[in-house]
Design a protein around this ligand. Sequence first.
Ligand code: BTN
Length: 245
Amino acid sequence: RKNFVEVHSIIDSTNSYLMRRLPNNVAHGQACVSEFQSAGRGRRGKEWISPFGSHLYLSMYWYLEQGMSAAMGISLVVGLAVSDVLQQRYALDVQLKWPNDIYVNGKKLAGILVELEGQSIGPGNCVIGLGLNINMPKQSAEKIDQPWTDLATELGDEIDRNVLSAQLIARISERLEQHHQFGLTPMLDDWQRQDFFYNKQVKLLTGEKETRGVCKGINSSGALLLEIDGKQQPIYGGEVSLRGA
Ligand code: BTN
């Protein structure tokens, strides 16, 4: 397949840009990158600090033919695709944190923001955003409130962002097509092999509510399996963190 890629120098947010083009001005698989984002967005309404030329800010539009019920799996599938590229092409040992963070050596390398538009039933529109740290400037590092890493640190080498973007776009499309055809089940083993929190004691924050449990992987709907008082329960939303951390 061919993906059309738009390259911007300055933009508010690559995700917002593609969302604004819905429903008629964007094609299935169309991608967009920018050198800079003035209003980069992370999950939970947080800012995604996006200094000029330092990182990768990438978004892709995907028409979700199989319906919005598949949306939960999308961020997991994209996480896997990113991890495939980092492992196969750059020999990095990658961990995945449900639902959509990418870790290397216990520190966050990349984050995924999936945004949806459409009714809960039937097909919908999906914009997938990926922010991947390449070479963190000092001034930006001071503003980040969690352990992070970048490719420069992990590889000790400069990488070509154009090549990396092309590899990511191709692999994300491939994985999303596999997901469309066969669902999440055939990917569960791949995901679980890299599960950062597997068998770890965690706390889950849902709004104000805090639940404690042990992570037991994910199920075929993409829900996190949390063992609470000896019973596994599927979790569809919330923020998971290591207990005591
Ligand atoms: C997270 O971990 O909170 C998700 C971060 C997602 C950031 C990317 S950068 C490209 C795209 N455009 C945005 O405004 N956000 C995503």
